[in-house]
Design a protein around this ligand. Structure first.
Ligand code: BEZ
Length: 263
């Protein structure tokens, strides 16, 4: 039975993570992180906040560059993995950052699209940075995983639900996010959409189960399995080749901004 989703405007990702599924199905996230890591260019001694650090894969790389890094995330399960790596991490809601001019840089990779209150987040990041501090990040931009999002809306509509509530991610345009950054006192140095066809090393079922858990959790079994199979059927002609290899159409929004002095 389809149950109502909560208000999609509530700043709450409502996504539960399995650390082992994330490690297995989320490899593509780290594989794509080279350019954004280069844009951050962490320096020894810098104090850096890794916002939405997950299992700490990139937090560890920032630390290895000599920076003093704190990772925050809202998933206990992923934070436990990060702690096992000896990283300094904390459970926190990125919508309610309470740091004041504490960091030289705030970094975020593949996390901001899970957070539905971008105004609160960018405001908190601006407060957390020292004047001249950098906010560097990459996340899903407008058009990200469009086929998957469309299939989710179609499945919900076909079952009598509200398609407008089926998709929980925040995938803004360059104009929208650039305006948000400027409005919070940032000078935006770079902001682009980067389309990335990304072959999956796993099958689509595993990917959907890991990254769309909030979506499937609204259904009880056996409907949940039926919906999963329906999604895979809908996506197959567009995203799976004749050899059975799946590719997803990511669109990353990559940005680098600087907190202006005196704001
Ligand atoms: C992404 O990295 O763009 C992404 C991953 C999982 C779900 C949604 C977006």
């Amino acid at each position: 039975m389809l149950q109502p989703l909560t208000d999609p405007l509530v700043p709450d990702a409502v996504q539960r993570w399995s650390a082992s599924d994330f490690a297995k199905n989320g490899r593509f996230i780290q594989d794509l992180a080279g350019p954004i890591f280069a844009l951050l260019a962490p320096k020894p001694g810098e104090r850096i906040l890794d916002l939405g650090c997950g299992d700490g894969t990139l937090t560890a790389e920032i630390e290895a560059a000599g920076a003093d890094v704190l990772g925050i995330d809202n998933s206990d399960e992923l934070l436990a993995v990060a702690r096992m790596k000896g990283l300094s991490v904390k459970k926190a809601d990125a919508h309610a950052l309470d740091y004041v001019q504490e960091f030289d840089a705030v970094f975020s990779n593949a996390a901001l699209h899970w957070m539905r209150g971008p105004d609160l987040i960018v405001g908190g990041v601006a407060r957390a940075l020292r004047p001249g501090g950098r906010f560097v990040g990459e996340f899903g931009g407008h058009g990200n995983i469009a086929a998957i999002a469309t299939a989710m809306r179609a499945v919900v509509k076909g079952r009598g639900g509200n398609p407008a509530r089926a998709v929980r991610w925040y995938f803004p345009t360059v104009e929208e996010y650039g305006t948000l950054l400027s409005g919070h006192g940032f000078a935006v140095h770079e902001i682009i959409l980067v389309p990335r066809l990304t072959p999956l090393k796993v099958d689509m079922q595993g990917w959907l189960r890991t990254f769309c858990r909030f979506f499937f959790d609204q259904f009880e079994e056996p409907e949940r399995s039926e919906v999963l199979a329906e999604m895979v059927d809908l996506l197959k002609p567009s995203l799976c080749d004749s050899q059975g290899r799946w590719t997803i159409e990511l669109v990353r929004l990559r940005f680098s901004a600087e907190r202006r002095s005196g704001e």
